[in-house]
Design a protein around this ligand. Structure first.
Ligand code: SAM
Length: 429
């Protein structure tokens, strides 16, 4: 059984573990930024089609010690590349350097350190973490060495070498360098799995789909209570929740996955996996799933995106400012929202304050106005009108969020790209 790695946004690994176990994966092991697992080809297809929180699935070919460029080149050449490539195919090499040691590293640390050939090499004199990185080994150099090794080995095995295509290769080779350990994998996903293909419109600061799915997963929402996003933007949280409730595989709209261009791609097996997944789709959600926003453009985008995702019949979107939020459905449920979180807080003249629903209000841009009144309104409406519900607020601005004036019962650290964020839970008694 090949060993695989499902890469996921940092902080969501626990949800990815649950998803993999539900798909039947074995040997599931959490790591930093993803989850290792074992599975056959059918599971690899299912993982690409069905994982909501993963961004790509890598199939491990080999892990080895590569303390210098000669070792890296030699070890890569020892892989049977003719099983994964033909001379007429194109390939590309992506290199990722570890940003901190992983469980995988610690397992191999003793072994690795005993294999570093020159104990007096300059990297040994650096900090303990830096000493495990190789200063003479920048990622682009590693990529070049790996590419040469693959091309040279293919020429030896087949008499010809495949071309490199960095934009749209048939086979994407992934190298993960952590200290002197190197793992070579094949990227079975191709484009990132967060690209579901339903987002035809966005409102300037949409969450990536895999992160939105992870937030829904971390909220513990199980479809048995209503779900409400009162600041839905382009509808990502609501759409991901609806796809989960209806058991729609997130990859159903995608035409291409990396593994489809591999030699020996089993078309029949893929069709079987697709049919099985389609057979599990549920017609209607058990509880209301709703999205509101003060910006009419956001509502338009949400409706369009929900249509493209095939969940339009299962969700309701309406223009409504947060101040008018009221319970929906016959029981208290879950509120999930991602309010604007401008990076700077100043209070300009009133004439400069943009409409809260406008595009200027996006996550990553510094806000030139105070978000304080908006966050106070969120706190007021939650306190006075949503008793019994549980609210989750995803924010990159923990300072502004204090204006909500409610006590958090849980704080989870997540990353929206490079930005450290928090998912805050409020139990509204
Ligand atoms: C960061 S965006 C949400 C993005 C969304 N999660 C997505 O993935 O597309 C914040 C949204 O809050 C909305 N908003 C701002 N002030 C609001 C208010 N007073 N009432 C309701 N929505 C508001 C904005 O229009 C914007 O669409």
């Amino acid at each position: 059984m090949p060993r695989c790695f499902a890469a996921a946004p940092r902080g969501v690994e626990a949800v990815t573990v649950r998803e993999l176990e539900a798909l039947g994966a074995t040997g599931v092991e959490t790591d930093f930024g993803g989850v290792h697992f074992e599975g056959d080809t059918a599971l690899l297809c299912r993982a690409n089609l069905c994982l909501r929180t993963a961004t790509r699935v890598l199939v491990t070919l080999k892990t080895f010690s590569a303390a210098n460029k000669v070792m890296l080149y030699d070890q890569v050449r020892r892989i049977r590349w003719d099983e994964h490539l033909t001379p007429s195919m194109t390939f590309a090499v992506d290199v990722k350097m570890a940003s901190r040691p992983t469980t995988h590293d610690s397992r191999h640390r003793a072994n690795r350190e005993s294999q570093i050939p020159n104990p007096k090499s300059p990297d040994r004199r650096l900090t303990p973490h830096a000493s495990r990185l190789m200063p003479d080994f920048p990622p682009h150099f590693a990529a070049l060495k790996i590419k040469d090794a693959i091309a040279d080995e293919m020429r030896k095995l087949t008499g010809a070498r495949p071309d490199v295509d960095t934009k749209d290769p048939d086979v994407r080779v992934h190298a993960y360098l952590s200290g002197s350990r190197c793992t070579i994998s094949l990227d079975s996903s191709g484009k990132s799995l967060h690209e579901r293909g339903y987002r035809t419109k966005d409102t300037g600061a949409p969450l990536k789909e895999a992160l939105a799915a992870a937030i829904v997963g971390l909220s513990g929402w199980d479809g048995e209570t209503p779900l409400l996003d009162p600041m839905c933007g382009s509808g990502t949280l609501v759409i991901e929740a609806a796809m989960k409730a209806l058991n729609i595989p997130p990859g159903l709209k995608r035409k291409q996955f990396g593994f489809m261009r591999w030699p020996g791609f089993d078309h029949k097996l893929w069709q079987d996996v697709l049919s099985q997944a389609r057979a599990g789709i549920i017609e209607k959600p058990r509880q209301p799933i709703l999205g509101f926003d003060s910006d009419p453009e956001a509502i338009k985008a949400s409706i369009e995106n929900a249509g493209a995702a095939g969940v339009a019949h299962a969700v309701t979107f309406a223009r409504r400012p947060i101040e008018n939020l009221r319970p929906a459905g016959d029981r208290p449920g879950i509120i999930i929202m991602n309010p604007p979180y401008g990076m700077r807080l100043t209070t300009p003249a009133k004439s400069q304050i943009p409409n809260p629903g406008s595009r200027l209000d996006s996550d990553m841009q510094p806000a030139a106005y105070s978000l304080q009144p908006l966050y106070q309104s969120i706190g007021d409406v939650l306190k006075h009108h949503m008793k019994g519900w549980t609210a989750f607020i995803f924010t990159g601005n923990p300072e502004t969020v204090k204006q909500i004036g409610l006590r958090t019962s849980k704080r989870i650290t997540l990353f929206n790209g490079p930005l450290e964020c928090r998912l805050l839970r409020y139990d509204l008694y």
